[in-house]
Design a protein around this ligand. Structure first.
Ligand code: ADP
Ligand code: UVW
Ligand code: MG
Length: 404
């Protein structure tokens, strides 16, 4: 039997998203999500897509990523899609930080795993979860190729002028301090899908991709290659996010330490987990923020305005970096669903050829679509991301033929 299935694991700081795909036609056999790992009650939502059965949910304490993955394996087995299947060709893992070493998907061995471990200090919320996911999957199927697909890989084409910070070169090099960028799998997929939507080859289009999830980043993509992105050494820089501050004067940190008496670890937690939208108004979910704004809540309205102001600055900056922009693509949870964010982000930018058609913008759909009016010089699009499909495609391209 030819093994044609790939299991994809996207382990986040407190969640695991997973998909089992059949790569003969890239169809999904099962999808699911484990949330609130390590909290009092965790939730596992599993959806088999092979038969008539609908989604199943489990609410129980799931202590860590190892327990989460074991629960996922049980759910898959209950549908006859267990990890012991001979049809499984590989397991693909999202790995957030790959430094400069990993520019392509990579079969994981001890050396690769050690390098991912070495990068934990620059992706403290993400790489540890990725490592646990890999180790647990290896224990469940030691015979299978495990492939790492790195968030940083797509950004390794950035020129030094965009990737380097303006600081002492020796210190920067010694500690590998530079812009790496993240969400690269999404930026790559969405920029390609945007070209497709325009009926053009990726080489022929310049796109600004706005990946607005809980973590959020922007990228400038010229002819299919990333030339700048908003996240930096770590996923803290750039846009206002659900719980992360994004850009600020680095001296804020010295001030909080010297004058505020805070420790470095306290400041780290403050800026990564208690800032952004949640720090500004107590909520990090854009749905809740919009509901509060509609009810007249001024704190939520200011948080929204700060979020949009930053987003607009990046649109302007990347417009200038690219010189010519063919499309702006909104993606991820907020970008795909929050019409008011899309409308506000391009409001007033008609001189740049940017506009959003109110009616098109209000349509809800899972399809990639244009939301700019016919006359606009620059296409504005909503392009759903699919990091799991992209990871599965890259994984199977690397190891699929080993099994043929
Ligand atoms: N219908 C919706 N309207 C507005 N915002 C939404 C909607 N659905 C999801 N979101 C936003 O998307 C975010 C999650 O995005 P997602 O891309 O899944 O993030 P992550 O992968 O970082 O967990 C939520 O926190 C919420 O702010
Ligand atoms: C890198 C990053 O910020 O990822 P996420 O949005 O999944 O937190
Ligand atoms: Mg995400």
């Amino acid at each position: 039997m030819t093994a044609t299935r790939v299991l994809v694991l996207n382990s986040g700081s407190s969640s695991v998203k997973y998909q089992l795909l059949d790569m003969r036609d890239s169809s999904r056999l099962a999808v699911g999500l484990v949330e609130r790992i390590g909290e009092e009650t965790s939730r596992l939502k599993h959806t088999p897509l092979t038969g008539e059965a609908g989604s199943r949910e489990r609410e129980e304490p799931i202590a860590d990523h190892e327990a989460a993955l074991k629960a996922v394996a049980e759910e898959l087995a209950a549908d006859g899609l267990g990890l012991d299947s001979p049809e499984l060709a590989a397991i693909g893992h999202r790995v957030v930080h790959g430094g400069l070493k990993f520019t392509t998907p990579t079969v994981i061995d001890d050396v690769v795993l050690a390098e991912i471990q070495r990068l934990v200090p620059v992706a403290p919320l993400h790489n540890p979860a990725n490592i646990t996911g890999i180790r647990t999957a290896q224990a469940l199927r030691p015979d299978l190729p495990q492939v790492a697909v790195f968030d940083t890989a797509f950004h390794t084409t950035m020129p030094e002028s965009a990737a380097r910070y303006a600081m002492d070169v020796k210190t920067a090099d010694e500690h590998r301090v530079r812009r790496y960028g993240f969400h690269g799998t999404s930026h790559a997929y969405v920029s390609r899908e945007t070209a497709k939507l325009l009926g053009k080859a990726p080489e022929d289009v310049n796109v600004i991709v706005l990946h607005l999830g809980n973590g959020a980043s922007a990228s400038a993509v010229r002819g299919g290659k990333c030339v700048d992105t908003s996240m930096g050494l770590t996923p803290l820089e750039g846009l206002v996010m659900g719980t992360r501050s994004g850009d600020m004067d680095p001296a804020v940190i010295f001030h909080l330490a010297r004058v505020g008496g805070m420790s470095i670890d306290e400041i780290d937690i403050l800026l990564n987990k208690k800032s952004g939208l949640i720090g500004l108004c107590g909520d990090n979910d854009m749905r809740e923020i919009r509901r509060r704004i509609d009810a007249g809540d001024e704190e939520a309205a200011l948080a929204f305005d700060i979020y949009i102001h930053r987003l607009k600055k990046y649109i302007g900056a990347y417009y200038a970096v690219l010189g010519r922009v063919d499309a702006i693509a909104f993606t991820a949870g907020v970008g795909e669903n929050a019409a008011p964010v899309r409308e506000a982000a391009v409001a007033g930018l008609e001189e740049l050829g940017l506009a959003v058609d109110g009616e098109l913008n209000s349509v809800r759909s899972d399809e990639a679509r244009l939301i700019s009016p016919e006359y606009a010089r620059v296409a504005v699009a909503v392009v759903p991301t699919d990091e799991e499909l992209e990871i599965a495609t890259q994984t199977y391209a690397l190891v699929g033929d080993r099994n043929a």
